[in-house]
Design a protein around this ligand. Structure first.
Ligand code: SF4
Ligand code: SF4
Length: 243
């Protein structure tokens, strides 16, 4: 009885296996031709840590704030920074991640406020020498160039010059006058006043000239009235008498 039970159970399992095989006979193979083909990694998968760059300028988004280094629980990140004397901003002179002690926890990505560090869905970083698992800044930037990300940091727009305030009509007119050449500025009130004064001055000048001419001519007339020549004649007669 026990043998019969095992016999039928074996046939049942055989048919069940053949059914599963028959079910997949008309389908494409699930096998992936690795390494020619690769599965796309899930969006939030945690692979190797990379540094992200600005897709337009290619510059690293990292501002060397050191937050990721402080947040890392395994001290896998080492950053050295310097202040750029021109831009007055911190720049990472050294950015090293030791993948031999990184546990891919994602704390560095969460701590970063500048979309600068990310756990990309990349893998296949096996090496024979452990020292090759220590990535420097350039290599981290290189493997992060093709990593897509959604920027969350709003960039500051370039400082715009304040728009010139519209001037009142009077100011516009004065501005136009100011632009005029000197010869055309006769209509200004000050100039007009000068112009009105100018004839008075000329009248006064003419008067004074007339007076002067009078004063110059008066002595001549007086001289003509006075007996000048007789004096000279008297002197001459005196000199003659003395001789
Ligand atoms: S993933 Fe975790 S362990 Fe690795 S560098 Fe970032 S914070 Fe450190
Ligand atoms: S990667 Fe982010 S958190 Fe780390 S130093 Fe750069 S800006 Fe700061």
């Amino acid at each position: 009885m026990k043998m019969l039970k095992q016999f039928f159970s074996g046939i049942y399992n055989l048919i069940l296996g053949l059914l599963v095989t028959g079910k997949h006979l008309g389908r494409h193979a699930i096998t992936l031709q690795y390494p020619k083909e690769r599965w796309p990694m899930p969006e939030r998968s945690r692979g190797v840590v990379v540094l992200l760059s600005d897709p337009e300028t290619g510059e690293l988004n990292c501002t060397a704030c050191l937050l990721c280094m402080k947040a890392c629980p395994t001290a896998a990140i080492l950053i050295e920074r310097e202040k750029n004397p021109e831009t007055k901003k911190w720049e990472a002179t050294k950015f090293v991640i030791d993948n031999t002690i990184c546990c891919f926890c994602g704390m560095c990505e969460e701590a970063c406020s500048f979309d600068a560090i990310k756990l990309a869905g990349k893998y296949e970083f096996s090496v024979y020498d452990q020292s090759e698992l220590i990535y420097d800044r350039d290599y981290l930037a290189e493997i992060g160039r093709d990593v897509p990300y959604t920027p969350t940091v709003k960039k500051k727009p370039a400082a715009k010059k304040p728009a010139a305030k519209p001037k009142p009509e009077g100011d516009k007119a004065s501005a136009k006058e100011a632009k005029k050449p000197e010869s055309e500025k006769d209509d200004t009130p000050a100039k007009a006043a000068e112009n009105t004064k100018a004839p008075a001055k000329t009248d006064e000048k003419a008067k004074s000239d007339k007076d002067k001419s009078k004063t110059q001519t008066a002595p001549d007339k007086a001289d003509s009235d006075q007996p000048a020549k007789p004096e000279k004649n008297e002197k001459k007669s005196k000199e003659d008498s003395e001789t």
